[in-house]
Design a protein around this ligand. Structure first.
Ligand SMILES: *Cc1c(COP(=O)(O)O)cnc(C)c1O
Ligand code: SF4
Length: 350
């Protein structure tokens, strides 16, 4: 499936570690299009978008893109577009109101029983549709002393049974820090589960190294990793091996996707994605309606289309391979299910 279009520098070179892969990520649109043999005329008008939020994409992910194809579904997720700068009514910079659910730096506590930690402000890949693209990360970059305040917050609220490592991408933090943090969290008796929301092992599968497996398995906490895979072309053999390795170590694997126009908004694409996730030991969990974040309006899929996709998937796949269709609302206490009890009508109209 993978067209290995970018040769490694030398045949006998050592396998790059994940930090090297991260450092070598593409950071300018012209280099990306050159690697993919796409005409630079496609760069017209994207300067402002690139300046507002830079491109970042690691090479293992680029190698899964098709050569010469400006419509490649992986490329579409990462290439800045001039149209991102258009102001579209209804699309804002903090559509989830996370600014209001930030009790102390580093913690987002919006739902009962689950608290989310902004472990790392950085991401290995910049997804153009990301709802956090305007999030004030700088205020959430903490030192170990400030992390103690976050840990005290978790320890003082016995209703919290699950901690979610998020970001940015939590696996952009190094294994020593993650080991330290996980030990601190496991020392809080009422916390039972650790969840990791990450895209890093997808774009850089070598992130699942021995140090990572160590802190994931050395803990008493039950560990769930939620991948973020949107399209079947994102799953190559290296991704599958990384996932199966985690699975062998007893980590539960789930996936969440975002529904994106002209990336994954067909029944066949979503069905193939579910099948391939399962082959890699990952169960589909959520498929999110796009959050209305400024700059992402071109990815919007209509509710009618979402309903059609949901109905067709339910007919095509076993129930356990159909992700739950959800959306988020700033003030809601949970993700809202997009259910369609009467054809043409949303239970939770937005
Ligand atoms: C999505 C999310 C969670 C987890 O929700 P689940 O329905 O348990 O997957 C927790 N906190 C925040 C702020 C979230 O956005
Ligand atoms: S937080 Fe997730 S979706 Fe957003 S840019 Fe980072 S990896 Fe992509």
């Amino acid at each position: 499936m993978t067209a290995d279009i970018i040769p490694h520098t030398s045949i006998n070179a050592h396998q790059p570690c994940w930090q090297e892969e991260l450092a070598a990520a593409i950071r300018d649109p012209a280099s990306l299009l050159k690697l993919l043999e796409i005409k630079p005329s496609h760069l017209d008008g994207i300067n402002a978008a690139q300046q507002a939020w830079t491109i970042r994409v690691p090479l293992p992910y680029v190698r899964r893109m098709g050569k010469g194809d400006i419509d490649d579904p992986l490329l579409k997720q990462v290439l800045p577009l001039g149209s991102e700068m258009l102001s579209v009514p209804g699309f804002s910079s903090d559509p989830l109101g996370e600014g209001d659910a930030n009790p102390i730096p580093g913690v987002v506590h919006k739902y009962h029983g689950r608290a989310l930690l902004i472990i790392s402000p950085a991401c290995a890949v910049h997804c153009r549709y990301c709802f956090r693209r305007h999030f004030p990360y700088e205020d959430n970059t903490l030192g170990k002393k400030q992390w103690q305040a976050a840990l005290d917050y978790l320890a003082n609220d016995e209703s919290i049974s699950e901690v979610i490592y998020s970001g940015g991408d939590p696996l952009a933090a190094n294994n020593n820090f993650l080991l330290w943090m996980t030990e601190k969290i496991a020392a809080i008796p009422h916390i039972k589960r650790l969840r990791i929301h990450t895209r890093l092992p997808l774009v850089i599968p070598s992130r699942i190294d021995s140090g990572c497996l160590h802190w994931l398995t050395a803990t008493r906490l039950k560990v769930v990793m939620v991948w973020h895979i949107n399209h079947p072309n994102e799953i190559d053999n290296s991704v599958k091996q990384a996932a199966l390795n985690l699975k062998r170590h007893g980590i539960e694997l789930l996936n969440q996707s975002v529904l994106l126009k002209q990336v994954n908004d067909t029944t066949q694409t979503l069905a193939t994605l579910s099948e391939q996730l399962f082959e890699a030991g990952i169960l589909p969990y959520y498929i999110h309606r796009l959050d209305k974040v400024a700059g992402a309006a071109h990815f919007h899929v209509s509710d009618e289309k979402i309903q059609q996709l949901q109905e067709e998937l339910l007919e095509l796949l076993p129930g356990y391979l159909v992700p739950r269709f959800v959306c988020e609302q700033a003030a809601a206490g949970a993700k809202l299910a997009l259910t369609f009890p009467n054809k043409g009508q949303l239970l939770n109209p937005i």
